[in-house]
Structure formats: structure tokens, C-alpha cells
Design a binder for this molecule. Sequence first.
Ligand SMILES: [Zn+2]
Length: 419
Amino acid sequence: MSPALRLVDWVSVFVMWLGLTRPCRADGLYRCRRSDQKVKESLLVPKIVMTAEPAGGVKFDSDQGFLSVIRRRVDEYFRSTGRRQRDCPQMYLKSAIFLMWLAASYVLLVFVAHTWWQALPLALALGLAMGAIGLNVQHDAAHHAISRYEWVNRLMALTLDLVGGSSYLWHWKHNVSHHTYVNITGRDVDIEVSFLARFTPHQRWLKIHRWQHFYLWGLYGLMISRWQLFGDFHDLITGRMGGHRFPRPKGWALATFLGGKLVFLALAFGIPMLVHPVWAVLVLYIVATTVLGVVMAVVFQLAHAVEPAAFPVPRPATGRIDNSWAVHQVQTTVDFARKRRLVSWLLGGLNFQIEHHLFPRICHVNYPDMSKLVEATCKEFGVKYAEHESVWAGVASHYRWLRRMGKPDAVGFCRCRPS
Ligand SMILES: [Zn+2]
């Protein structure tokens, strides 16, 4: 592309960012379709304008009773036990513990540590605290799963902005793109990480993918710093994430985005550089974000980029997936380490991703008990309920999956019947 054309491109992006023009509809502006309206209702996400859907969208088969039965049983479970779906005391307690862990490790690292052997474990602790906040607090809050009071969820969701992400962009990336179109190539932005990663048999194969089961673990470590310092700004300016358009933040949402980034940059670099050398701040930032990146990536990858997970493709002629939305969620998702209570506590119940994908608005502290109901109902309806017994079994499966996808003739467990 010539420099002049590139300049025109950037001027267009800037003008669109100012809100003076809009991308044209034919260029893939998102439209709301009836099929997505159904998905929106099933996700029970309030105040969401479900517009992140490119023209020629994906539709799911109608539900054959699976979703209604499983919902009825879960409702009955909460009625009979008297437990709460949201506003669970143990959730508030663990949120307070993780926020104190974050504050303590930050204060000790920045204002108390004076030697490398003090700073290094504190940087690791800070990275893990950010991970715990993300997996437990921010993720539930973004799904409106912490409280029945919307202001509580919104406030807790801002913890993502505090640790350098954007709660606004997360909503579009995670709640809309990932949860609606999980493991559908070209629709789920979670499997469109980089040209260096091939997670599905339907993505283009490159020679470098032969070694992805070795190098991707390192790239996971770089994911967070890229996200905090570049990715969110890129998405904001271009109005695209993973090639898909989304509504740019305006007004209060834009102010939150920019304010959150300013607070994060001040906490991560500004204040520490007042009391420590620049190189030390940068090294410890890399340590903290690397451990955070590996933890976050592995937890989410163990749910979807593993051997038992399906990667369905829509029928080319109709855009239809040969399963209902609920069955699709179960077949594309894998639980792990369900019997390990500490794992569930630390990972925000994200080792119960099948339950989470079916009931994202129920607080994760309820997932271990709900999982028995969900598993039994899946069995009854002939829906495959997959799990790995331990974290390591999941990690090994992810490794083998990456190795398999690194081969040019890779095939996976995908129900991709020809149209
Ligand atoms: Zn989620």
C-alpha cells in the first residue's frame, strides 16, 4: 500500500472515530437477526443491543427440549435448596480476599521491596492476584452474575480496567463474540489470536504451525502486555476486533476506557518509576504480565482448544449450525478438575465451563453443585459431556491439540456435515 493510501486510511479511521461518518452496511455492518435475539434471551443479558453480527450470520437449530429441561431443573435446584443464584456471601468474601491480595502485593512491591529477591516473588504474586481478579471477580461481573443490583456488577467489572484491560471491549469480545459463537471459526474471536496460532482445523495452515505446540506457551506470556498497551487501543481506533466490527465506545463508556487506561498506566509505570529505576520497573512489569498471560490463556484454552471439543462449521448455503444453541455450547466446551475444590475456588469456577456457558448469569460458586444436574441431563438427551480429570490432563490435551492442528492435514472432532 502506498504511503498516500495509508494516510487516507488513517484519516478515514480518525474521522469515523470522531463519529462523523459510519462504515457502510455493505462493508459488514452488524445487524440484529431473529436467531441472535433468541440467543440474547437465552443468555439473559440485560441492556445489550445484540448488534455484533456480520451480514450473513450464523443460526442455530431450534431447541428440542434440552435447554428448557435443564433450565427447569436448575431453577428447581435453587428453589429447593434456598441457595442464591447471585449475591452469594462466599463470592463477596473471595472478592474481598483477592482485592486485598492485589493491593498488598502492589504496595509491598512498589514501596517496600528493595532487593531483587524481594521484588521477584512479589511481582509473581501481583501477576497471580491480577489473574485471580480477572477469573473470579471481573468475569462474573461482566456476565452480571455477582449481584441482582446492576450497579454492583458494573462496579466490579471495572476491576478489569484497573488491571489494564477494558470492561467495554471485554463485553464485545467475550460475552457477545465468544459466548454466542464459541469455537465457530471466523466468528469466535477467542480462537483468532494471531496468524501464529492455529486452533481449529478450519483455519489456514502455515508452515510455522508445525512448531506451535512449543512456541505458543511463550506467546501466551506476551498476550497481556500486548492487550494492555496495544490491542485495546488498536481495537478502539479501528472499530474492529479479530476482523469484526463492533460499536465504538462513546460518552461515558469512552471516558471509562480512557480513564481506566490512564489509571493503569499510572499504577504500572508512573508511580513505580518515581521510586525505582526505569529498567527495574520494566523487568518486573514483564514478569507480572507473563505469569498473568500464561495463567489466563491456559485456563481459557483448557475449556475449548482441547481434543474433546467440537469445532462445528455452519452449512455454507444457510449459515445454519446443525445443533441448537445449548447443545452447541456443551459440545464445544470441556470441563476439567471438577473434584478439585481449590482449583475451582482459585479459577473462578472456570473449570466448569460447560455450566458457565449454559448459565453465564449464575454466580460461579454454584457451578460445582449444578454440574451433577447438567451432566445427568446431558446424558439423558444424548449430549456428550466432556471433562478432563485434572488440570494436567487438560494441559496435556491442549498440547496434543496444538500439535495436531500444526499438521497440514489436521482434522478435529467437528460435526461439519456438507450442505
Ligand atoms: Zn464467560
